[in-house]
Ligand binder design. Structure first.
Ligand code: FES
Ligand SMILES: [Fe+2]
Length: 413
């Protein structure tokens, strides 16, 4: 370990993105550095949808990196993100879950907080029978829950620990922001369900997976068979240079939209429930599948009529938690709402499309154990990466290289 906390064994030339040392997925010291520089650093992190806490006093618990946090709605209707750590002796204040409460009470010694984190009640503040209690200078105002900066983007809630993080619109920038607005367009969102599961792999295997569009046509047999995605499809994949990345697949303006119902599955294969892949028209009809990424904690997805967010929560160097929130728009027709739920079967840990991802990630993480001094080969489409330009083809690992370029900037390695 050097004086900056960088593991001295990390042998990775500064200009080499065509190989990625497997050590970055397994090194406990690098994991701790990620917590400090990325998850508690100057980045915006996704914590949930506004629609998950619609009323005053609503709350949900989640994490940013390893730090437990609460997303809550205060008395005046404003959103708060608070560290879920009692200001007394550090207990979790709200256990895992969601609910509504006018006060958040820590069960240990019953300190109570307002939904904005202000400390409201301290048992025995003035002692008992005239003896004990806190010093006269004790002020509840100085002992609230730690508040994070919070900003929203059309129903998505982001938080950051840092005062240095640029305002969210500037952070998302001209590439990511307008594309995010194709799904998060200001319409009221409604939550349709949530899935959460733990994957026994380092969280960065998953970021690689979402920036790597071409695996989808090879790994996901269901998606390629029924023409949800194939690498030759007209598509765009583009990232900006600040690590706020995105990969998306769509049909560019003026092009003929692919029609899923016209797909010709191999002889003898047909779905008994074609509604599983038959998408009803949306406003923006040319998009078949769309992935939006605000690295490293947010992925937004439209697949057919299924809309979801995916939140990435690291749980140690060998594990991460994935939270899927399926949603629709408040003005959806009943038919469209039904189709969103049906298409939800393609997604999530047991979905017809995503089932394979988590198996592949766990298999990769198992495969690299003990690989001292070895590296992944990441040279499909070259060894460089270019921000702000669409990738020339889906069969290219340029977006993954860009992720690593930005990760190295965040980490200072
Ligand atoms: S640790 Fe929360 S009240 Fe004591
Ligand atoms: Fe995948």
């Amino acid at each position: 370990m050097d004086s900056e906390g960088v593991p001295t064994g990390l042998d990775w030339p500064a200009d080499d993105l065509g190989r990625v040392p497997y050590q970055v997925f397994t090194d406990a010291a690098l994991y701790q550095r990620e917590q400090e520089r990325i998850f508690r650093g100057p980045l915006w992190h996704y914590v949930g949808l506004e629609a998950e806490v619609p009323r005053q006093g609503d709350y949900k618990t989640t994490h940013i990196g390893e730090v437990p946090v609460i997303l809550s709605r205060g008395k005046a209707g404003q959103l708060h993100v608070l560290v879920n750590r009692c200001a007394h002796r550090g207990s979790i204040v709200l256990r895992e879950g969601s609910g509504n409460s006018c006060r958040f009470q820590c069960v240990y010694h019953r300190w109570e907080y307002e939904p904005d984190g202000t400390l409201a009640v301290v048992p025995f503040q003035n002692g008992l029978g005239g003896a004990g209690g806190y010093d006269a200078c004790f002020s509840k105002a100085e002992h609230g829950l730690k508040r994070l900066r919070v900003e929203t983007f059309n129903g998505l809630v982001f938080a950051t620990f840092s005062e240095q993080t640029p305002p969210l619109p500037e952070y998302l920038g001209p590439i990511v922001g307008p594309r995010m607005a194709r799904v998060f367009d200001g319409r009221e969102l409604v939550v349709l369900g949530q899935l959460r599961h733990t994957v026994k792999a380092n969280w960065k295997h998953y970021l690689e997976n979402v920036f790597d569009a071409y695996h989808a046509g090879l790994l996901h047999g269901f998606a390629s068979t029924f023409n949800i995605f194939n690498p030759a499809q007209r598509a765009e994949s583009i990232s900006d240079r600040h690590g706020v990345g995105m990969a998306m697949t769509w049909v560019p303006e003026g092009a003929e939209p692919p029609r899923v119902e016209a797909a010709t599955p191999p002889r003898g294969q047909a779905l008994q429930a074609p509604e599983l892949v038959h998408a009803l028209p949306e406003r923006d009809e040319e998009i078949r599948a769309l992935l939006l990424i605000v690295s490293p904690t947010f992925i937004g997805q439209r697949m057919g009529n299924c809309l979801s967010t995916r939140q990435v929560i690291p749980r140690g160097v060998d594990s991460f938690e994935q939270v899927w929130t399926l949603f629709g728009y408040a003005d959806d027709s009943p038919e469209l709402r039904e189709s969103r739920l049906i298409h939800g079967n393609m997604t999530g840990p047991a979905g017809y499309v995503h089932l394979e991802d988590f198996d592949a990630l766990e298999n990769t993480h198992k495969g690299i154990q003990g690989a001292r001094g070895e590296s992944a080969f990441l040279q499909l489409g070259g060894t460089s990466c270019e921000a702000g330009k669409p990738q020339p083809t889906m069969a290219d690992e340029g977006q993954v290289r860009l992720f690593w370029h930005v990760w190295r900037e965040w980490m200072g390695v």
